[in-house]
Design a protein around this ligand. Structure first.
Ligand code: XMP
Length: 536
């Protein structure tokens, strides 16, 4: 990869009294025009050790961009998005403000078109370019350091810049003659029609790295510095005479949060492991053992009966999530009543959780993840969220830095409400046992095939569907089990995994023979979007 990567850690000279690292990090703002593009850009920049924030474009429309927003950032990226430039013509003034501010600016796809259009260029429907395309670089520029005269990039557009604005230098054309890249004369502002954040753009990371160099962005977003940021926030937020409860489930997020806070809080951190009865087969013992290995000796609460009595027969998953969240909250509140010095509660909320739960202005609520915004109003412990700035891969990086064992970091994500969101229709003990056993088979077979670490999640789901079966001499009317195996980078989008037929065959044979009440196994072949990963 091109570009110079100097991994520097924080130098105290950057601090003035009262400053926190959040103010000292060089931040890049990504203006989100919808879809998942913005987060992919954000994650790629973070791979280059730069802190990013994603804001919906509407936020800029309402703010004093030059006085209020730009001073916080070292550079700005305008993302792609599903809209047409015409639909966003009201946003041209903001784009001109960004260009004229002299702040380093990179417009990608729709962002590139918005810049060109604001500067007086023509954007119109073109021959659509989707997927791998070749661009020709026609003018050398530091943005393209390390690029050859022709390179393969990833395009995804139906409109393009057909006439370049006059105040720009044309840097590249695509094979169908669209303006593929430009620089605004006299400003550190660029537009690229292709997607450098997509892996298929062969030298995309080099371009992003070049942009960061041009913008003078320091690469300080490394685990030792996230740790420092969290430490500062904990010191600021948490009263030194109080205790903090941390719900641990053995998952990556809750384990890393607790290990991290244990460092700063010592015995003031109380890890609690609640068995709600929706854990996977053998998981409770495994989790307790792995938590002890990382120095967390959690208080164990067996609440299986308590949860099941509230959830048996409940069909609606959102209702189940609400009940589970509420029961958890009650358990933690009961603990705090026994020890009044307990004033805080840790949540392993990550950056995508914050965004997917619709907390961010302009984003749409998809599912209520009970770890964000789902706490009942009467829950009066203050929430500490040490991972709220991090994507999942960064949580893993931080975990490794803190010495959390690989086997914990490699575990597949598992939803807080556990198997309760993998039973569709009324929740019954029978269906719960069925998904527990079938999921175990799915995981075992993936491990045997050496595929477990290659996929994001792999599990079984059961609903109300039935299928007639013949086992031995008798006819059965058994359950249909859906097997879902997906690959993903962050859970926000996912693709179904093309498992080898032999693996699918083994899973199907084992599920139908080991579980007498199952007569059909199906495999889910829908990605996210349009589907979600969990069934409900
Ligand atoms: P979906 O189903 O929304 O899942 O595509 C995205 C990721 O989030 C996990 N997930 C949850 N995690 N509480 C959680 O802590 C929940 O209620 C929940 N629902 C989904 C899911 O497993 C996937 O990794």
């Amino acid at each position: 990869m091109g570009g110079s990567h100097t991994f520097i850690s924080f130098d105290l000279k950057y601090f003035t009294v009262g400053m926190t690292s959040l103010e000292v990090f060089d931040k890049v703002l990504i203006v989100n025009f919808g879809g998942q593009y913005a987060h992919l850009i954000s994650r790629r920049l973070r791979e280059l050790n730069v802190f990013t924030e994603v804001l919906p474009y509407v936020r800029l429309g309402k703010a004093d961009v030059v006085g209020e927003i730009l001073p916080k950032y070292k550079a700005v990226v305008l993302s792609g998005g599903p809209a047409s430039v015409n639909e966003l013509s009201f946003f041209k003034d903001v784009v001109m403000e960004l260009i004229n501010s002299g702040k380093p600016l990179l417009g990608i796809c729709l962002g590139h078109q918005l810049m060109a259009s604001a500067l007086g260029g023509v954007v119109e429907p073109s021959l659509p370019e989707f997927g791998r395309t070749e661009v020709s670089i026609v003018k050398e520029d530091p943005l393209f350091n390390g690029w050859g005269a022709k390179e393969v990039v990833w395009m995804s557009h139906r409109e393009c810049v057909t006439t370049a604005p006059k105040d720009v230098e044309v840097l590249a054309y695509s094979s169908s003659g669209c303006l593929a890249a430009f620089k605004v004369l006299g400003k550190p502002a660029y537009g690229v029609q292709f997607h450098p954040e997509v892996k298929h753009t062969v030298k995309g990371m080099t371009l992003l790295s070049n942009f960061l160099d041009l913008a003078g962005v320091r690469r300080t977003w490394i685990p030792s510095n996230y740790l420092r940021l969290v430490a500062e926030e904990v010191v600021k937020e948490v009263d030194p005479n109080s205790k903090v409860l941390a719900a641990v489930s053995g998952g990556v997020d809750s384990t890393v949060s607790a290990v991290l806070l244990k460092r700063f809080l010592g015995d003031r951190l109380i890890p609690v492991f609640v068995d709600h009865g929706f854990m996977r087969e053998g998981e409770v013992a495994e989790v307790l053992e792995s938590l002890r290995k990382v120095g967390l000796n959690p208080l164990f609460i067996d609440a299986r009966d308590r949860f099941l009595s509230k959830l048996e027969g409940v069909s609606d998953c959102e209702e189940r999530r609400r009940i589970i969240g509420e029961e958890f909250a009650k358990i933690f509140l009961e603990l705090s009543l026994k020890d009044p010095s307990i004033k805080y509660f840790v949540q392993g909320t990550t950056y995508p959780d914050v965004i997917e739960s619709g907390v961010e202005v302009g984003s749409h609520r998809i599912k209520t993840h009970h770890n964000v915004g789902g706490l009942p109003t009467w829950f009066n412990l203050k929430v500490v969220e040490p991972l709220k700035y991090l994507y999942k891969d960064e949580v893993r990086r931080l975990g490794a830095f803190l010495g959390v064992p690989e086997e914990v970091l490699r575990r597949h994500p598992f939803p807080g409400p556990g198997l309760a969101v993998r039973v569709v229709g009324p929740l019954t003990k029978e269906k719960l046992e069925l998904v527990r056993k079938a999921s175990k088979i799915v995981e075992e077979e993936l491990r045997l095939a050496g595929l477990y670490d290659e996929v994001w999640q792999a599990f079984a789901v059961v609903g109300e569907d039935r299928w007639v079966g013949v086992k031995g001499d008798s006819r059965d009317y058994g359950y249909v089990v859906v097997v879902r195996v997906v690959s993903s980078d962050d859970g926000m989008t996912a693709d179904w995994v093309r498992l080898p037929y032999e693996v699918l065959d083994r899973i199907s044979r084992r599920v139908t023979s080991e579980l007498s009440n199952v007569t059909m196994v199906t495999y889910s072949i829908t990605s996210k979007p349009p589907s979600t990963i969990e069934p409900c």
